[in-house]
Design a protein around this ligand. Sequence first.
Ligand SMILES: NC(=O)c1ccc[n+]([C@@H]2O[C@H](COP(=O)([O-])OP(=O)(O)OC[C@H]3O[C@@H](n4cnc5c(N)ncnc54)[C@H](O)[C@@H]3O)[C@@H](O)[C@H]2O)c1
Ligand SMILES: [Zn+2]
Ligand SMILES: [Zn+2]
Length: 377
Amino acid sequence: MPPSSSDKVITCKAAVAWVAGEELVMEEVEVAPPQPHEIRIKVICTSLCGSDLSAWESQTIFPRIFGHEASGVVESIGEGVTEFKEGDHVLTVFTGECMNCRQCKSNRSNVCSVLGLERSGLMHSDQKTRFSIKGKPVYHYCAVSSFSEYTVVHSGCAVKVDPQAPLEKLCLLSCGVATGLGAAWNVADVSRGSTVVIFGLGTLGLSVAQGAKLKGAARVIGVDINPEKAIKAKDFGVHEFLNPKDFQEPIPQVIKKMTDGGADYCFECVGDAGVVTTALQSCCDGWGLTVTLGVPKGKPEISAHYGLLLTGRTLKGTMLGGWRPKSDLPSLVDKYLNKEIQVDELITHNLPFENIKEAFNLMKEGKCLRCVIHMPK
Ligand SMILES: NC(=O)c1ccc[n+]([C@@H]2O[C@H](COP(=O)([O-])OP(=O)(O)OC[C@H]3O[C@@H](n4cnc5c(N)ncnc54)[C@H](O)[C@@H]3O)[C@@H](O)[C@H]2O)c1
Ligand SMILES: [Zn+2]
Ligand SMILES: [Zn+2]
């Protein structure tokens, strides 16, 4: 039998987006009890990811609670949950792992067909919301919605983590850092001595850089239109920095000249379909691989001259860097605890929940990498 708190509605504070791109409003929301196979989490920390910002600016489903890069403690469990108990430390994940579908069983994919990216603002299981304001539904984001003191997620969209690990740092492993490292390790499998070009040096791009460095890449070139991104990039293994605004000629030509015909690997960590094309053009003939991580908020179609592919280039995309969250993320937490990967260095700001609007402003203005929001104790 689930504990008694799992029957009760919780009323708490959440940062609600009412209109695209307009300031979040701190509201009292009702959080329903977890339904079968769900857990209710007391969010401890949640960091702002580039995807929250672009979804808030461009999507149409409102009112909504954003936030998906989070850590917390299980408050109560729904019927049928055996994997979690009250008090467990967890990371939320925006793409779950049911362990049973064709994709989960394949060992070749982390794109669960049951608990994959939820775009409609509802819960996977019953297509309803668990949040409301005075009885009116408030929509979820990626079935996580961590910009709330409490949230409900499917038990397949949470990962139990070592209680020794600091939750205020670990939240970055629930999306940004994991995605970047996984893109370099699982998706590209960057080879020793290779040349890597990374477009966009936010947390995603710098985590790709870190992953490439740990795999022994000989040369890592970072491209960003914000010159301030060059400073931190060095610490993550970026050897050279290019600002496209400093060049007359197109960036693929600059990169081809610098690299004897193009990079072995390019990574798109901006979220712009045009940059995907640029990345593909910046890869070398024969084996050049472009991995696209970014989520465009504008035009979603990618265009490329077919000749780029006929001459041997590959274009791949990834969600969460190919990690199967439940199976793989605990090993990343171990790597963090063993000091094998850098996470803390990506946290440029810490803010209390009541100042969450400031986090959005910092990210919009390109002034932060990750801003960690701390929920009230
Ligand atoms: N695939 C996934 O699973 C996944 C996971 C998390 C985030 N994302 C996406 O990855 C992207 C990056 O996320 P982030 O949190 O690092 O965001 P971020 O905003 O911190 O970083 C983006 C960087 O791109 C730079 N940039 C903007 N336009 C550019 C251009 N034309 N050329 C070069 N650089 C440019 C910005 O200055 C910034 O430094 C976003 O699109 C986000 O939605 C994808
Ligand atoms: Zn599955
Ligand atoms: Zn994210």
